[in-house]
Each structure stands twice: as C-alpha cells, then as structure tokens.
Design a protein around this ligand. Structure first.
Ligand SMILES: [Zn+2]
Length: 225
C-alpha cells in the first residue's frame, strides 16, 4: 500500500461536541484535513496521548473502496480513551452513525502497534459497516432502522448457516469469531462489510456467506462505481 504522495493541507479549528460527538464537554483545537472527502481531525497541539496521526488514517482510507469510504464523513483522533471497554480490552474505535463519524480513541501503545491494529482489523471498513447498517435504511425509508435487523439479513444468516465452511475453527452462525464473541447481529453486519471491503475478504465472504454477500453487493452497488 503506497503512502499518500503529498501531505494534504489542513485548517485549524476549535471543535466541541457539535463537531466531534465523542467530546462531551471537552473542546479541542484540531487540525482538519480533508482527504478523499473524509475530514481527518487530529489535535493541533498534540498532548501525546493519541499516538496515531493523520497520515496513518490516510493510509487506511487509501485501502477503502469508494462505495464504502463515502459513508465516512469524519475520522476523529481523540486524545482520551474510550469511556467503555469490552471484556477488559480497551476499544480502539467506534462509529457514530448520526454524523457518519468514526472516533479513534487513545490507547497507550506504540504508534506502529496501533497502525498494525488498524490495518489488521480493517477498522475503518468495520466502523463504516456500522454507519452503513443504519444509513442505508435512512435512504431506503424502510421500517427497520438497521439493515441487520431486517428479516432479509436474518434470513441470509440462516441460509448461510447451512453452507459448508472452507476453513476449520470457523464460527458457524455469525460471520466472525468477533461477532460470535459479542453475540451481536450489528457486529455480524459490520464484519460482513469489513470482509466485503478487500479482495481476499470478498472471496471469503462470497464462498462462505453468499447470501450476506448478495445483499451487500446489491446495497453497496460496487459494479456501478
Ligand atoms: Zn463493531
């Protein structure tokens, strides 16, 4: 994966919770860089608690297909940890569908470790999945707020459950070990979008979870992009 050729230009703004939903009462002076249509927000005067930088997000944005990237309006690199955790593990990112915003929280690890985590987990694609789950239903004006909670998705999950898996030790009902661990249909959807976002993942999803694949193909319409 190549680095962005030039460092994109940025402007500096004071942002509060109107702009960055995770802030609560805090105000942040931010570098706001628009890269491929996504606002990347980073502390203008770094306090050193957030080790990831704007360039690290650019690298991840470069990997996203346009039809997924367009659902992210902002990636906010905040200088504090996520207020909640999962089974004692710190949370690196979450999605606020209201503003199509991905928040990247501060985790006290080396930048290289965090960069690897973003790449390895396809964090942006997964979080975009949470936004898509909701956003697609807003535009289709359907009764459910989330695509993952429609009978169609649930039916696809049931049908995919009958398919013989290509790998051993694979989850049987939900699309990933992570979704299985969380026992969450929302995570099932987000991880399905994650797989859909990169070539090997797409093949994996198509082979093992073809009914989910068909829904994503239809809704995300990559063929027309
Ligand atoms: Zn998630």
């Amino acid at each position: 994966m190549s680095l962005p050729e030039t460092t994109p230009k940025f402007t500096i703004h004071g942002y509060g919770s109107d702009e960055i939903l995770a802030l609560n009462d805090l105000k942040l002076k931010c570098k706001d860089t628009i890269y491929k249509g996504v606002h990347i927000l980073e502390e203008a005067e770094a306090t050193g608690t957030q080790h990831l930088k704007t360039e690290d997000i650019c690298v991840e944005i470069d990997k996203l297909p346009k039809y997924i990237c367009k659902y992210i309006s902002t990636v906010a690199l905040v200088p504090f940890p996520c207020p909640y955790e999962e089974d004692g593990d710190p949370i690196l990112a979450d999605a606020k569908w209201l503003k199509m915003q991905v928040t990247i929280y501060a985790i006290p690890q080396d930048r290289i470790v965090l960069k690897d985590a973003l790449a390895h987990h396809h964090t942006l694609a997964h979080e975009a999945g949470h936004i898509i789950d909701r956003e697609i239903m807003q535009t289709k004006r359907q009764s459910s707020n989330y695509l993952s909670y429609t009978p169609r998705w649930v039916k696809a999950m049931c049908e995919d459950g009958r398919i013989k898996r290509t790998g051993l030790n694979m989850s049987t009902y939900l699309v990933s070990q992570y979704a299985e661990k969380r026992q969450s249909i929302g995570e099932d959807f987000a991880d399905s979008v994650k797989y859909f976002s990169f070539q090997e993942g797409r093949v994996f999803l198509k082979d093992n979870f073809p009914n989910r694949y068909k829904i994503l193909e239809e809704f995300l319409e990559p063929k027309t992009q």
